[in-house]
Design a protein around this ligand. Structure first.
Ligand SMILES: NC(=O)c1ccc[n+]([C@@H]2O[C@H](COP(=O)([O-])OP(=O)(O)OC[C@H]3O[C@@H](n4cnc5c(N)ncnc54)[C@H](OP(=O)(O)O)[C@@H]3O)[C@@H](O)[C@H]2O)c1
Length: 256
């Protein structure tokens, strides 16, 4: 087989989003919302999970539908096993399979210093940011076909500690280990598993004061837009040979 024919074949096997079905946890706001819109623009169908803010989810749904996507809204807390079972069942009842899983839902903590953090706050952060990925991925995996995609939202904090608390940093570092282990496990099925590690992003997750402080600490002197993170997620969906990777998007704040 000539090199040119081989390259053409490889181009064909890289995932085309058109017609694929994607579940985005925490798809109603911020990075998840922007990712839903970018998938819709490329012809994908979307399950938008959210926890409580239905109006926001409905707004994203309308935008995606206006771009031609089929959409299902999936309310539920991704840290609760029964909610996760319901979310996946409703998604699969509608679409029949789950080609792309974006494990994005997450929260920032109230307290940042160890001595101020209660056991309940520690558990809440770990459960919503990290355990949710285990629950959602485990429930979704039987419906993810060979060649599917899993993208997990970590953070710069998972690599260098960050500034919003050891429980947040531990949850995001855990996601990196989870991503590596799952990438090894799922390689035989050609299911790509990767993570994105953003620096601060202009969403509601962090306060304006924190955004201002972190902009000053960033070499490029600003924080990321949600689109810049969604763009990275799209790249990971569309490229079949990036596997077991953690992609930094942080304006040069942390380089490794
Ligand atoms: N923003 C940043 O600076 C930054 C930096 C690095 C990494 N990240 C990570 O990127 C991801 C998205 O962050 P974001 O900034 O886009 O957050 P965001 O704007 O605050 O949006 C969070 C989304 O997650 C949903 N959510 C929260 N808890 C949930 C739960 N228990 N079950 C289901 N859905 C839940 C929210 O739903 P409701 O609207 O119903 O509450 C919302 O859709 C998170 O994992 C975050 O840790 C963010």
């Amino acid at each position: 087989m000539s090199i040119i024919i081989l390259i053409d074949l490889i181009k064909e096997v890289n995932m085309e989003i058109k017609g694929k079905c994607a579940l985005i946890t925490g798809g109603s706001r911020g990075i998840g919302r922007e990712t839903a819109v970018e998938i819709a623009k490329r012809g994908g169908n979307i399950g938008i999970n959210f926890k409580s803010r239905r109006e926001d989810a409905e707004e994203v749904s309308k935008i995606c539908e206006s771009l031609g996507a089929q959409v299902i809204l999936l309310q539920g807390d991704v840290s609760k096993r029964d909610d996760v079972k319901k979310i996946i069942k409703e998604f699969v009842d509608k679409f029949g399979r789950l080609d792309i899983l974006v494990n994005n839902a997450g929260i920032a903590p109230t307290n940042t210093k160890l001595l101020d953090i209660s056991e309940d706050e520690w558990d809440e952060i770990i459960d919503i940011n990290l355990k949710s990925m285990f629950l959602v991925t485990k429930e979704a995996l039987p419906y993810i076909p060979d060649g599917g995609k899993i993208i997990n939202l970590s953070s710069i904090a998972g690599k260098m500690g960050g500034t919003i608390g050891p429980h947040y940093a531990a949850s995001k570092a855990g996601i990196i280990g989870f991503t590596f282990a799952l990438a090894s496990e799922l390689a035989p099925r050609k299911v790509n598993v990767n993570a994105v590690a953003p620096g601060p992003v202009d969403t509601e997750l962090v306060s304006d004061d924190v955004k201002k402080r972190l902009s000053e600490l960033t070499p490029l002197k600003r924080i990321a837009t949600p689109y810049e993170i969604a763009h990275t997620i799209i790249y990971l969906i569309e490229n079949d040979f990036v596997h077991g990777e953690v992609v930094d998007v942080n304006g040069g704040r942390y380089m490794d």
